[in-house]
Ligand binder design. Structure first.
Ligand code: BGC
Length: 403
């Protein structure tokens, strides 16, 4: 963990150092306060994004131009509020004019957000798409306007108008979730396994599932686990590697659309559909924290489910509390400090006319996008304090029952 904190500090220091040295620091402001609205409004409507962008005009640089524009998919999931907070902190400290806009689950709002930022003069766009394929049109506009595009966390697909990709190791996220289920499974065979996935419009959902399948499949094939809720997955249980199309078929049955309510109704429908043999002590692959909490609540309230092991990811505060309370088994910590710092370091290089450092490439169906990838950590009740509190990510006072 120490290593991670150190690398974050190094990245932040590097950003600040470069900012002082580069020409772009002349147009500093306090950083946009535009998204303060966004941060404080829990369930904002889509047009809040444009409201907040109006405020931004007042806080841009002296020549009225923003340097870096950030577009995030929704403020209704705490995950993206974590990213927003880190961006504002790092970009503000580095003296860059910036603005964060939210697309509120709409590709058309996302496109408008991109156009708004282009019209404000951004040189670099950092964008996490709502729908990876639909975002191609928006980033093409950025490309046409001479703006460099960094795809953030989710890969924009089917276009060559993406310059860089900054991401966590998403395959490792899925593999860690699958491995946790294996390591914490009850003894025996035919242990019921419920599979859930993210949205089919999100490339990450495929990668997470691929990672989970890579470790779970042998246990399904040898009869240790029995899939409870996907006959598509059941039909493919002997295949160690699945094609994108095959994963797509499975996701078609088990998707949550990254939506808490969809996750809840799907879990309820699954438990209603199965017989007693698929209850008792069960395993649940939940793709992220928001859906994990919804699914966990459903499993907890079923009197025929005696125990459940449920995964998650993002280390959202509410899920950290669930883990402390024993209601969610694990989460994957994706340190948004590192991801935001890596993207900002890239933006700084771009503004400085330098080629940003990358360590891998990702095929987006059109080009190989140069990428920078970040590791992940598993968080359980046993290490929550060490990983999330001692590293300064959260304050102990934000939780109850923490030892
Ligand atoms: C992100 C996850 C997030 C999910 C839902 C994925 O693309 O990688 O961290 O939980 O989207 O927003």
């Amino acid at each position: 963990m120490k290593k991670k904190v150190l690398s974050f500090l190094l990245a932040a220091t590097m950003v600040m150092g470069l900012a002082t040295g580069c020409g772009s620091s002349s147009s500093t402001s306090e950083g946009s306060d535009s998204s303060d609205d966004a941060a404080t409004t829990e369930a904002a409507a889509a047009d809040d994004a444009s409201d907040s962008s109006d405020d931004a005009a007042a806080s841009s640089s002296a020549d009225g131009e923003l340097q870096v524009g950030i577009v995030l998919p929704t403020k209704d999931e705490p995950r993206w509020l974590q990213d927003q907070a880190k961006f504002e902190e790092i970009l503000g400290d580095a003296g860059f004019t910036n603005q964060v806009l939210f697309s509120q689950g709409s590709s058309s709002t996302e496109k408008t957000n991109v156009e708004t930022l282009i019209s404000k003069g951004i040189k670099v766009l950092i964008i996490c798409p709502h729908d990876d394929a639909a975002a191609a049109a928006a980033v093409q506009e950025a490309r046409d306007a001479g703006v460099k595009v960094i795809s953030y966390d989710r890969l924009i697909t089917g276009t060559d108008a993406v310059d860089y990709y900054v991401t966590f190791d998403s395959k490792a996220v899925g593999a860690a979730q699958g491995q946790y289920l294996i390591d914490n499974a009850p003894e025996g065979s035919d242990i019921p396994l419920y599979l859930f996935a993210g949205a089919a419009t999100d490339n990450n959902a495929f990668i997470f599932f691929e990672g989970a399948w890579s470790v779970l499949q042998p246990k399904i094939a040898d009869g240790t686990f029995k899939i409870a809720n996907s006959d598509e997955a059941e039909a493919l249980k002997d295949k160690a590697e699945l094609s994108r199309e095959e994963i797509g078929k499975i996701i078609g049955q088990i998707t949550t659309d990254w939506d808490f309510n969809v996750a809840k109704s799907k879990a309820e429908a699954n438990l209603t559909a199965v017989g007693a043999d698929m209850k008792g002590d069960v395993l649940v692959l939940a793709p992220n924290d928001g859906t994990a909490r919804s699914i966990a609540d459903v499993f907890a309230s079923d009197k025929d489910v005696s125990s459940y092991v449920v995964t998650g990811q993002d280390s959202e505060k509410a899920s950290v509390q669930y883990i402390i309370d024993g209601k969610q088994s694990m989460t994957v910590f994706k340190d948004t400090r590192t991801l935001a710092a890596d993207s900002v370091a890239m933006a700084v290089d771009i503004l400085d006319g330098k080629e940003p450092a990358t360590d891998s490439t990702y095929d987006n169906g059109n080009i190989e996008v140069p990428a920078k990838q970040t590791d992940i950590n598993v968080v359980t009740k046993d290490n929550v304090k060490e990983v999330l509190i001692d590293s300064g990510y959260y304050e102990a006072s934000e939780f109850t029952g923490l030892e």
